[in-house]
Design a binder for this molecule. Sequence first.
Ligand code: C5P
Length: 236
Amino acid sequence: SRTAAVIPAAGRGVRLGPGAPKALRALNGTPMLIHAVRAMAASRSVSLVVVVAPPDETSAAEVKTLLADHALPERTDFVVVPGGETRQESVKLGLDALPPGIDVVLVHDAARPLVPVDTVDGVIEAVREGAPAVVPALPLADTVKQVEARTDGGPELVVATPERARLRAVQTPQGFDRATLVRAHETVTDNVTDDAGMVEQLGVPVVVVPGHEEAFKVTRPLDLVLAEAVLARRRA
Ligand code: C5P
């Protein structure tokens, strides 16, 4: 069984503030995307990494140069394809680039540059053991409320409080049997925020494996501070 990782990296990263596309922002001098690529290639099971670059031609060329300029494991192949308007479209374009012979696919956000290899291997192993879809996840620290906007423009109202113990914060890489993920991308058109959400809509079971706190998503400026602190701790 051969495993590939698709890394959607076509987002603009507006919540991070002004500057370069998020995936190209540096963490301790190295672009976030390179950290994410290395995190996938760190798994001995991953033989191919497909990076989905921003849709314009310059960005794809830039990403190719970036990969060529950084040391990456020789046993892994790297491919760059242009992305789409939405994350979903970008992942689909990444899937279209997979060669025959790949039967396990990971989808990993470039915005989670520090996921440890044990988490990656745990996801792959669960798919190889027969789960069609696998998500790494952690319990929540915060209580989560469901809210509703008010028609008069006043502050939003709380409408429900889901039981915290049953909620999980879902990370990436998410792992899939290739055929299942391709079918999900061909059939599900609703907008979802992760790939497992599409597979759920097919009625296919999605299993949960332990996530890792270092697999957090770099979204806001404070996350950059945390990411650099994690890297500094690894080097210490
Ligand atoms: O916006 P969000 O943080 O959910 O993005 C998750 C990942 O999806 C990021 O790695 C981002 O670069 C990617 N993305 C993409 N194509 C888009 C939008 C987001 O590849 N059109």
